[in-house]
Design a protein around this ligand. Structure first.
Ligand code: ATP
Length: 351
């Protein structure tokens, strides 16, 4: 089921513009993740797609049909929200069965569909329980089962994992991946967790201030961020972005000096912490910086350098750093192939 947002703007009554001329198209079977900081418009985009809100201008199409004024129940969208919203007085079975009951599906079919989806989500043993008798992860699966049981073309999930503890979150992430591969459905998933986005998405839509800043496969978002904002948002620790000047093929900013293939002028240089190399001082192009902080994140070590130019620079390595202490000078190299360049003024990527 192809989905299109066409120039969709949402302005709330108090004047807040939550979405600003959003254009976004995706295809049947995709796992689209809407990613962005708090307030960037992710939930608003979801609610508009579901029909829970109306756009102020623009339109939304599902499978080529304008659904902008179609009520939620006719849009073929199953929804899962952060708080699950299960009916506490109904059993797990009845919670899952509910969308089928309101569609007047025959009882025998309900029985079969509920059991099938419960097996898929590995909650078949809990069908007689009430929601209060479930763990957070089980309740979350019930909510997903209820959204999927009537086989909607699109399953929309707004931060469904954020109430779970870290381990369960990882586990559910794997389950959702499995589910998406198994069902040929379109998943739209909202999160502000970039790692969740990277692992789940076929494509990630990065939103900022109600605008789409990039829509690409996770590896492209990581390897070729469209601008400085995306570069700094994706990856932990964030990409180092250093404002400096190129002169005669050398980029300089404080103690940072490295060869670059760029013409003279101001530029913002980007390099991921894991791509900075520990080098021998004699390596051509190597620079020496002083370690400010060392953090062990086994099996990795983070070395944070205070650059005299003002930017802190973080290196992440799996090399043995036992001999390195804070306050010590260390030689580093920025391989040319790992460098990103952003326009010093606009922050847009420049090749
Ligand atoms: P979060 O990650 O915090 O949930 P989000 O990216 O989902 O954020 P939205 O909930 O879509 O962001 O909100 C986008 C903007 O619209 C925010 O500035 C928010 O304060 C504003 N907003 C949302 N709902 C309303 C409303 N009903 N009235 C006025 N402003 C609203």
């Amino acid at each position: 089921m192809a989905v299109s947002f066409k120039q969709v703007t949402k302005r709330f009554a108090d004047g807040t513009v939550a979405l600003d001329h959003l254009d976004l198209d995706f295809e049947l079977g995709e796992f689209v993740v809407l990613l962005g900081p708090s307030g960037s418009g992710k939930t608003t985009a979801c609610r508009l797609l579901a029909g829970l809100e109306q756009p102020s201008s623009g339109r939304i199409e599902i499978d080529g049909k304008d659904v902008t004024n179609v009520p939620p129940r006719f849009r073929g969208i199953g929804m899962v929200f952060q708080n699950y919203a299960l009916y506490s007085h109904k059993s797990v079975f009845e919670n899952i069965a509910y969308p089928l009951r309101i569609r007047k599906v025959p009882a025998a079919d309900i029985e079969r569909s509920v059991r099938d989806v419960a097996d898929l989500l590995r909650i078949g043993d809990y069908l007689k329980r009430k929601p209060a008798q479930l763990s957070g992860g089980q309740a979350q699966r019930v909510a997903v089962a209820r959204a999927l049981v009537w086989e909607p073309a699109i399953c929309l999930m707004d931060e469904p994992l954020s109430n779970l503890d870290a381990l369960l979150r990882l586990h559910m992430r794997t389950e959702l991946n499995r589910l998406h591969r198994k069902l040929d459905k379109t998943f739209v998933f909202v999160t502000h967790d970039q790692e969740e986005a990277m692992t789940l998405a076929t494509r990630i839509a990065v939103l900022k201030d109600g605008r789409l800043v990039q829509f690409d496969e996770p590896k492209t978002i990581y390897r070729k961020p469209a601008n400085r904002f995306v570069a700094e948002f994706m990856g932990r620790p964030a990409m180092n972005t250093i404002d400096g000047m190129v002169e005669g093929g050398v980029f300089r900013a404080g103690a940072v000096a490295c060869p670059v293939d760029r013409s003279d002028g101001p530029v913002t240089l980007g390099i991921r912490p894991e791509q900075i190399e520990l080098a021998a001082a004699s390596t051509p192009g190597a620079m020496t910086l002083t370690v400010d902080v060392k953090e062990a994140v086994e099996p990795d070590t983070l070395l944070i350098f205070q650059n005299s130019g003002g930017n802190a620079i973080t290196l992440r390595t799996q090399a043995n750093c036992d001999a390195i202490e804070a306050g010590q000078p260390v030689s580093l190299a920025f391989p040319k192939s790992a460098l990103h360049y952003f326009d010093a003024r606009t922050g847009q990527r420049v090749e």
